[in-house]
Design a protein around this ligand. Structure first.
Ligand code: SAM
Length: 241
């Protein structure tokens, strides 16, 4: 299927590996091309995260971007605040992405760590970002990560979390699936690519509903939470400790 799609001149199936398993260990430029076409307002969401950081950067603030991939979010935050003294750490399990993120971010205020966020020892922090990352963490341990984040944040610190979400019932889910399929077709994904990607993500990308995500955030300790982004089946929240 991949060859056929490539002959048709439609790029970006390589994020699905030859044996149809999902992988983030792909060339960074391919990742960016793919995700921009897959997630509505992907770049606009980065801008929103950077704007929200304005409220959480006291002197010497500590910022984490969990599942940083190419490091785009730390770069956005750093370039928005060129004079401020703070430190960003991008964490990801994919070594090649961390190497790329570090090379693309020659700012002494930035560091990148290759590791599993579930095992990472977070310092006390002011601002943490989970941008389409929690959905790739196994449901059974999502709460552990959110609890670690809650513990890490100073009182008044902020967590921004963006996720693909399931709709509250079957009818809404049906409508949203159709709208999202139209979005992908309009972005030049072929029906084969759409199907292939859905298959490869089985058991890997597991979205919760809005209610499911809010319950997790509340169980982790957050009570001040608001939606900052919503489009079809994609949602972002700001949670303040
Ligand atoms: C959809 S991508 C995130 C996109 C990225 N935040 C951006 O703005 O472009 C999800 C990322 O989470 C990473 N990831 C998944 N599980 C992780 C874990 N347990 N610890 C750290 N990173 C993880 C993946 O390797 C992948 O790079």
């Amino acid at each position: 299927m991949q060859d056929k799609v490539k002959q048709a001149g439609e790029v970006d199936v390589s994020i699905v590996s030859e044996n149809a398993n999902w992988t983030f260990d792909v060339p960074p430029a391919e990742f960016e091309r793919h995700i921009e076409r897959s997630i509505p307002f992907y770049r606009g969401g980065h801008d929103l995260v950077a704007q929200l950081s304005d409220f959480f950067l006291p002197e010497n603030a500590v910022v984490y971007d969990i599942g940083t991939t190419t490091g785009a979010i730390p770069r956005k935050i750093l370039s928005r605040h060129p004079e401020k003294i703070f430190h960003t750490t991008g964490i990801d399990v994919v070594a090649s992405m961390i190497a790329y993120a570090a090379a693309e971010t020659p700012d002494p205020r930035a560091s990148f760590v290759c590791g599993n966020a579930l095992e990472y020892e977070f310092e006390k922090s002011n601002f943490i970002v989970l941008y389409y990352t929690l959905q790739f963490i196994h449901p059974s341990v999502r709460i552990s990560l959110l609890e670690k984040i809650y513990d890490s944040l100073h009182w008044g610190g902020g967590l921004v979390i963006f996720e693909k979400v399931r709709a509250p019932d079957a009818r809404f889910q049906d409508y949203m699936t159709q709208l999202y399929t139209e979005f992908k077709l309009a972005n030049n994904f072929s029906p084969d690519q759409i199907l292939n990607k859905e298959r490869s993500l089985k058991g890997i990308l597991e979205p919760f509903s809005q209610r499911g995500n809010l319950t997790l955030l509340e169980e982790a300790g957050f009570s001040d939470i608001m939606t900052v982004f919503k489009h079809i089946c994609f949602e972002g929240w700001l949670a303040i400790k």
